[in-house]
Design a protein around this ligand. Structure first.
Ligand SMILES: [Zn+2]
Length: 123
């Protein structure tokens, strides 16, 4: 799985690309959009409220360039960022933020939440 991460108006947003072409978008640890197999690189459209509580239309769309995947982030129709996949940290068993041992903790939405610092780590 490849993971693309960003923060949009204070929301923690992840775009996950599965090994078999499935895509999902996770906001603040909750899956909000998924496409099982996305041949046509259809975009994911979600709504996020900004710091003033105003709804923003956010689109995440995968594209491939030079044989690498990237994810285009648009907010209200304006391109905001191009995300590159995070380096595969080969599934760490410790929290990448504080080093807390995560083995044996419950998995939620493919993640474990560090009880020490609250950081989510993909498992
Ligand atoms: Zn931690």
């Amino acid at each position: 799985m490849m993971v693309f991460r960003t923060t949009i108006h204070g929301h923690r947003v992840e775009f996950r690309l599965g090994d078999f072409g499935g895509e999902s978008v996770v906001v603040n640890g909750r899956e909000v959009s998924s496409i099982p197999i996305n041949w046509n690189s259809r975009g994911h459209f979600i709504e996020l409220s900004d710091e003033q509580g105003k709804p923003r239309a956010v689109e995440l769309r995968r594209q491939s360039r030079k044989f690498k995947y990237e994810v285009i982030v648009s907010v209200d129709g304006q391109m905001r960022a191009v995300l590159l996949a995070e380096k595969d940290s080969s599934r760490p068993s410790c929290c990448t933020n504080c080093g807390y041992e995560l083995a044996g903790l419950p998995v939620e939405n493919g993640e474990k939440r560090c009880p020490e610092c609250g950081r989510h780590t993909i498992v």
